[in-house]
Design a protein around this ligand. Structure first.
Ligand code: C5P
Length: 230
């Protein structure tokens, strides 16, 4: 099985309100994205890792890669305006004979390696697979400041990454999205709308997306715990 990973890291991180994008903030001495890359480098089945970045961040990140002795399976590309554009930039670099492509947010460094493997294996067998968490909050659909509906919580799942797809399925998803000028906030949506089944696998509470300043104390704690157990 030939597997490639795309780890989009071309966001500006405006919600973090810090000078550097959130994927470059340091946790326990290494940028968040380095922690994420280390998880993917532990999966022997992944032969190639493509990281879309903002053009201005490339020189900085090249120096991080050599400093952290990240192997050459990691390749940098320039990303795009939306997350979907960045993932597509990464996808364009991947060989057509790749079996499975796995996409993961750079800002989710605490994903368990076994979960990455499970998503890849399931996508290889079934076509597409993503991690989800059950929803513990009651979910409201709103319009301006008023509630329109209460959505049935037992039918709601919160999507995480990694999300993995057979190469041909993700390719078709991108092609159709381009034709329709359709934009989504994850890759699963691009293949769902083609009618493909996407298998859901229970994700992990630790697999947080570091997005807002309030996420950092928890991220520090998780990073510290991982350092202790290594
Ligand atoms: O914007 P969002 O929070 O969904 O970002 C998820 C991931 O996508 C982050 O790792 C971010 O760096 C990346 N991203 C990207 N290109 C963009 C926007 C976001 O690679 N234009």
């Amino acid at each position: 099985m030939k597997v490639a990973a795309i780890i989009p890291a071309a966001g500006a991180g405006t919600r973090m309100r810090s000078a550097s994008p959130k994927q470059f903030l340091t946790l326990r001495g290494a940028p968040i994205i380095v922690h994420t890359l280390r998880k993917f480098l532990q999966c022997e089945e992944i032969g190639r890792i493509v990281v879309p970045l903002r053009k201005a961040d490339v020189p900085f990140f090249e120096s991080v890669l050599s400093q952290e002795k990240i192997p050459s399976v990691v390749q940098l590309v320039v990303g795009g305006f939306h997350r979907q554009d960045s993932v597509f930039c990464g996808f364009s670099e991947i060989e057509q004979d790749t079996d499975v492509v796995v996409v993961h947010d750079a800002v989710r460094p605490f994903v368990e390696v076994d979960l990455i493997r499970n998503v890849i294996r399931t996508a290889h067998e079934k076509g597409s697979a993503i991690l989800v968490l059950p929803c513990v909050d009651t979910v409201k659909q709103i319009k301006r400041n008023v509630i329109e509906a209460t959505l049935p919580r037992d039918k709601i799942a919160l999507a995480q990454t990694p999300q993995a797809f057979r190469y041909s399925i993700l390719k078709e998803g991108f092609e159709r999205a381009r034709e329709d000028h359709f934009y989504a906030t994850d890759e699963s949506c691009l293949v769902e709308r083609l009618g493909y089944d996407v298998v859901v696998i229970r994700g992990s509470d630790r697999n947080i997306k570091i997005t807002k300043p309030g996420d950092l104390p928890l991220a520090e704690l998780f990073a510290q715990q991982e350092q202790v157990t290594q």
